[in-house]
Design a protein around this ligand. Sequence first.
Ligand code: BDP
Length: 704
Amino acid sequence: MKRLICCLLLISTLSYGDDGYRLWLKYDLIKDVAKREEYARSFQFIAVSNQSPILMNAAQELQLGLQGLLGKSVPIITDLGKRKGGVYLNEHKDFSNHINYKDDGYAMSNSDNIYILANKGVGVLYGTFALLRYIQTGRSLTSLPLINIPKVQYRLLNHWDNTNGTIERGYAGESLWKWYELPATVDPRYRDYARANASLGINGTVVNNVNASARFLTAEYLEKVAALANVFRPYGIRIYLSVYFPAPKVIGGLKTADPLDPEVRKWWADKTKEIYKLIPDFGGFLVKANSEGEPGPQDYGRTHADGANMLADALAPYDGIVMWRAFVYKADPKADRFKAAHEEFTPLDGKFDKKVIVQVKNGPIDFQPREPFSPLFGNMPKTPLSMEFQITQEYTGFATHWVYEAPIFKECLDTDTYVHGKGSPSGGATVASVVDGSLHNYAMTAIAGVANTGSDRNWTGNPMAQANWYAYGRLAWDHTLSSEAIANEWVKMTLTSEPKAVKTITNLMLKSREIYVDYNTPIGLSRPWSGVHFAPEPWQEKSPRPDWTAIYYHRADSIGLGFDRTATGSNALAQYRPEVQQKWNNPETCPLPYLLWFHHVPWTKKLSSGRTLWDELCTRFYTGADSVGWMQQQWAQVKPAVDPAIFADVTGRLATQHKEAIWWRDSWVLYLQTYSKQPIPAPFPKPERTLDDVKRLSEIYKLR
Ligand code: BDP
């Protein structure tokens, strides 16, 4: 009896909160009865124009959503007849006069029925998710968007996943792909992954790491990849593979991987044929070559274009593309890594096959918390360029720190490259206009995000990082959406619809990136030094390569701080248009967020803020770390409005973030002080620990 009471007590105290698995596709019952009834009147049935797998997926998703949101079971019917008061999911190629076929668009209208029209089934699927989003965010169905077309054609996730289940720079568990079980066992989770991506309009996924294993091109692994492709296909998602350039040697037994060697070319052509036999809608290849020790065409005296064009030739009979990465730099102590991609790629403009797109990271270095845009954008008019963003938080605090990334993506996309010069009538040539092809009339357009998903039950480790996957996908579809609108939408769909809490959380999200930059890399500092990229190590000076040390980037000395990239230094600024150079060239007028990216500034120099460099740095480090305390207080206020499990999870992560923000602050301040020789300005207290203390702390993360 006593044992029974104990058991009952235990059960009653266990509360199972939201585990985050459903992401933004939660479909919980709308609490407002009147609103529910109003919506319900529009959903007497779901009619489909055909029963293709993709249309049936759309219909079933809508059925699932309506069941949850409205508590109403809505039948799926295959003949609309003269029925009214329902939804008609209509795929019809004749709409091509109105909706761009190539671009997966859809149209919606609400009259006697709600109509979702598209040329392709996938367009209907996207429209269906948009309709659900309308309901999830409590919007009226009378003003559905008439036509909605994605601005970019290929919208991809890049997974940096390895054969052994690890993920390069992944912080949410193991890989989603269970290679050892595939193809016989197909985890139902793959379908939920596809649903989530389709809900955003993501239409492609590269399943393996850019530091690729040749294993993926073996017959054994291609079968596994094909099993995944089968799950993704009815959600409009094509599969792509990262390839290891010397694969013809490693698994083909050839003596060379020279892209101009006929046998090598034949090997790739045969391999590609084999792939398309298994995966008829295979998307193509992603390649990291001659970068960070990865082999490539330059090993044979050939160019990036020679390598890319060879793969394009192999893909010629099929509807596939080559995404060739521009992330390259060499271990040259005299060079500025900033300049490498521009130097290697601009001479090749116009030399790439029409099936090749060059994939460029948003900044010239490497996914820093804040970077200027890559000078390649705007300087390759004859070569389609695609954007590579990093969603996984390699440099923005792993799965612990709360950093909403939409402002990082937007900042880059909205920057003017000044290709048209100043005050041009076309109103500026933004990075987005390069990426969406409108600036140079690119024949194809693409955008990629390095995924932050993993095997953690909630997909992204930190529940708040789901918003980054979401924001990337929404911006890949439409880069004109604002960070705020996307955050607001995501919060309502994922966390709460209580207006005050929505406002508080949206505000937190919008401020989170700037707060992170302040305590991590303010005023244009960067930190791509080698290692796991977790612990602060601004003192790191030993490495096999100079550009894999910290001192290479910040250049602290007794005079000042920052990398001189003007004509007196590396002159990287010359890679930008004159108008951009003008903005950043003069340390007096260079905006503070970019100052140390381009200038070596004396410690005592007065900045536009009215403070000296040293005082400004300290102010940023201290207010940044303090602001995490503010984030904690703000988050505490939304407790009644969000799920208890998610609330507790984020509360814990914020506590760690606060501790680590102070650690970053102390590390930078104590280290830089050895050069500046300046006191910590009032009113900030001196760090409670010494430089040796913080160094010891960072060493812990290197222990085996
Ligand atoms: C860097 C990562 C490294 C990647 C590389 C890349 O530290 O793990 O392999 O980028 O993008 O940011 O290839």
